[in-house]
Ligand binder design. Sequence first.
Ligand code: SF4
Ligand code: SF4
Length: 381
Amino acid sequence: MPQNRTIVDDNTWEELIELTHGAAAVCFQCGVCTASCPWGLVKEETLSVRSYMRSAQLGLQKNGNDNLWLCTTCAQCEAYCPRDVNIADVFRGLRYLTWKQNQPHEGLPTLLWSVYWNNNPWEQPPSQRTQWAKNLNLPIFDSQQHDILYYVGCTASYDTRAQKVAHAVVALLNAAGVSFGTLGEDEPCSGEEVLSVGHKHYFREMAEDATKAFQEAGVTQLVTTDPHSYDAFKNHYQGAIKPKHYTQYFAELLEEGKLKFSQSLDRPITFHDPCYLSRHNGEIEAPRKLLNAIPGVDLVEMPNIAEDTLCCGGGGGRMWLETEAGERFSDLRVEEALTTGAQILATSCPYCIACLEDSVKARVIKDLVVMDVAEIAALAI
Ligand code: SF4
Ligand code: SF4
């Protein structure tokens, strides 16, 4: 037996099957997942996705192997898998076992403790959750008065760069005359980052608590800033919440004539599809509809777009882990953006913004700026 492998006992094997819903059972070990995983673009020895699927089938664990935490849950491999294996979910299940054995990646317990104590993964005090909006006078959501709940999310509430996106979303909501509120300091963390690092049981508790909070507030329609929370609400909250990503909501308002762009923006723009909007949820039209509706915008497409998008590298908990220089997917993405001649690299996810901006700065690229679609749209109202 190879040294870094341990055969786990029957109970653990059964738990693994339960945690992964037996997803790996149909895998016939073709290796297409390994070949399509973007780690192969940046690492000499790529992530052996196939062997993790084998581990899940047999109840084996690769102890002491940090590669388990490389997966960004981008689902690129799933798009090519001939057996439709939910590969990201298998990784989450394997990760959960390491939590149970008190052996998660050393960088991640802090994240979980922060969510537990602070209701956010960024180690920020709960009392500061609404500081980003201190001059905006945003009302607390009232189901009798408001059409939608704006779910700001942890990153857009606390991260100074992402706060600008939240400001742009609010400007667009106001420009369209939408009646909306937020949950203020009581806004629950969606738990998407807890799910992505594999702590499925804690995520389930969080989802139940958050669902209760939304139901008590009478929320029926919720609009998110980020695609990760949108995905969690849509696909992992057991259907209790009906979310829209802001790009979807604003594209609808555009069609209804409630949102109009009057200012021209004569700049070539390219769009990076966030994995959690495009590949995970099939939404590729809404952000493009918004960009194309802005007078003067010239939307030029990169290679690897729509469901074939190249992950920025920030999902799957990777925002909380170090990725070595030279191994960042976002560096490749920025290079792809430059080939289009675009001056603006647009996207619609706070994690993508952070990764892509880091790459633009690290490579000292002067003639490309990274902006969220909401920020671009807000310039045009
Ligand atoms: S692509 Fe699908 S079937 Fe092929 S090895 Fe990967 S998980 Fe298994
Ligand atoms: S989900 Fe993405 S990062 Fe994870 S194994 Fe598949 S392709 Fe690789």
